[in-house]
Design a binder for this molecule. Structure first.
Ligand code: ATP
Length: 471
């Protein structure tokens, strides 16, 4: 049954609204002050709140309560009751996130219509966001470059064990995605995957968040560790834990059990811990910012998550994957990637890694053409590109290539040189070939042999061929 919290300082109005709603099959809780309202909210979140703007004998008025609710639990829809002549305030409340307002004196039908609509909208919004979350979480890890395959092989190995894993990699490289992959393919897949962002949590709240809370006569609030029982707890950005919270976490890892805040019983849980960091923890330890013992406890199996620059040939395949994802989930146009665009995106710099690529694709699909292949002109300009070949840079590179005796080093420079030139010519293979004095087909072959994919569709196949050709 849907629970509605009614907040009004006038008893008659509270009781009237409450009785009407109960007749309609809703359950209600009724309070007259801001303190009672806050207590009711922390006791249990309602499905909807009806809130009077003016509250006598209260520390907070309706607008203060509204902003607290929208900040802390935005999923609870709030319908404002305003007195006659307070419409301006009610409109301001809507701007702050209230769903709608009803003006006193109101008629019952109008009240019921607003409430039913608010409930329906909030249900749809909840379903949509759950759907989106499910769709935004890839069911597979996309990538077939040698670097990515060796990374995936390491993940596959640890899925079978139960050991703690530390994922180290640049922002947006796919650490959480990798952690979810491990969980989903492990014997723990049937239980929860719970995440805690260590950078976002304050030291005072960590204990309650991690261990939960209980008090006499009140409900027990299980913490993240308990929620992850038999499943996996993902600790994101562990390097950002304050020294104090590092100590607390270490204690749990050592003792393997804990007490809820306010409770006395020892609780044992079986949660696998996977942690992640974008920072160099050894350096953090040397600088005295991270506890070495915690590092060793968490870092049982270290896995490096390769940045996009270490696996450029995966970029077109990932771009196509995101086009398909946004097409399926959001109805955005299902476009192709032109050969030139596929070449160009491999030369760009991607400090935000897969997330940046994903955002770029989303932006292009929203703002760009409705159909046809994505062309280099739709990609971000030189600012988003790798050092786009100044004349001086080109000379340095070609001199280096001309004088380098070692084949491997020569290939490396050649690759960088060719990438720079493709970038400079906006991904246009013909113009690049012309400039570097090669036939177009020869340039294609050369790029393939250097691990640069010139066709998005065949990208995976080519990467596989290159991989097989490697020692
Ligand atoms: N191999 C992959 N295949 C498909 N999608 C991926 C892959 N790796 C990452 N993504 C997508 O890229 C985005 C960023 O990935 P994720 O959140 O896992 O990165 P992260 O390294 O945990 O980021 P942060 O450093 O900010 O915590 C997500 O939308 C994720 O779905």
């Amino acid at each position: 049954m849907s629970d509605i919290l009614i907040v009004d300082d006038e008893r008659d109005i509270r009781e009237l609204i409450g009785d009407i709603l109960e007749d309609e099959g809703f359950s209600t809780r009724r309070v007259g002050t801001s303190d009672a309202c806050i207590a009711a909210l922390s006791d249990q979140l309602p499905a909807l709140m009806i809130l009077d703007i003016w509250l006598k004998d209260s520390d907070m008025d309706g607008i203060d309560i509204l902003s607290k609710v929208k900040r802390e639990t935005p999923e609870v829809p709030v319908v404002i009751i305003s007195g006659h002549g307070n419409v301006e305030i009610a409109v301001a409340a809507i701007k702050q996130g209230a769903y709608d307002f009803i003006e006193k004196p109101f008629n019952i039908d109008q009240l019921l219509v607003v409430i039913r609509r608010a409930m329906e909208t909030s249900r749809l919004r909840r379903e949509n966001s759950e759907l989106r979350r499910a769709e935004a979480t890839p069911t597979e890890l996309v990538g077939s470059s040698p670097a990515f395959r060796s990374f995936r092989a390491q993940l596959d190995k640890v899925t079978r064990s139960n050991g703690r894993v530390m994922l180290m990699g640049a922002p947006g490289a796919g650490k959480e995605t990798a952690a979810r992959y491990i969980h989903r393919n492990s014997p723990r897949a049937g239980a929860a995957f719970v995440t805690m962002n260590c950078a976002a949590i304050e030291a005072e709240r960590l204990e309650a968040a991690l261990f939960g809370r209980e008090s006499e006569g009140q409900q027990v609030e299980p913490g993240l560790l308990e929620q992850a029982d038999e499943g996996t707890l993902y600790l994101d950005e562990v390097a950002d834990l304050s020294p104090e919270t590092q100590g607390k976490l270490l204690r749990v890892l050592v003792d393997q059990r804990f007490q809820r805040v306010g409770g006395s019983a020892q609780i044992n849980v079986d949660a696998r811990i996977i942690s992640a960091t974008a920072r160099d923890l050894k350096r953090e330890i040397a600088a005295g910012r991270f506890r070495e013992e915690l590092y060793h406890r968490l870092n049982v199996v270290p896995i490096h998550v390769p940045a996009l620059e270490e696996r450029r040939s995966d970029i077109p395949e990932l771009a196509l994957h995101f086009i398909e994802l946004f097409h399926q989930a959001e109805g955005l146009p299902a476009r192709e990637l032109s050969e030139d665009a596929a070449a160009l995106i491999q030369t760009m710099s991607w400090p935000g890694n897969v997330r940046q690529l994903r955002n770029m694709i989303e932006r292009i699909l929203i703002l760009g053409q409705d159909r046809g292949a994505i062309e280099p002109g739709e990609l971000p300009g030189p600012d988003g590109a790798m050092g786009a070949g100044s004349e001086e840079e080109r000379l340095i590179l070609s001199n280096a290539i001309a004088h380098l005796p070692l084949r491997e080093a020569r290939e490396l420079f050649e690759r960088e040189y060719l990438l720079t030139q493709i970038n400079r010519f906006g991904g246009n293979i013909s113009r690049t070939a012309n400039f570097v004095g090669m036939e177009r087909s020869a340039l294609h072959r050369k790029l393939k042999s250097l691990g640069v994919v010139t066709s998005a569709k065949t990208g995976a196949r080519i990467a596989a061929l290159i991989d097989e050709g490697e020692p």
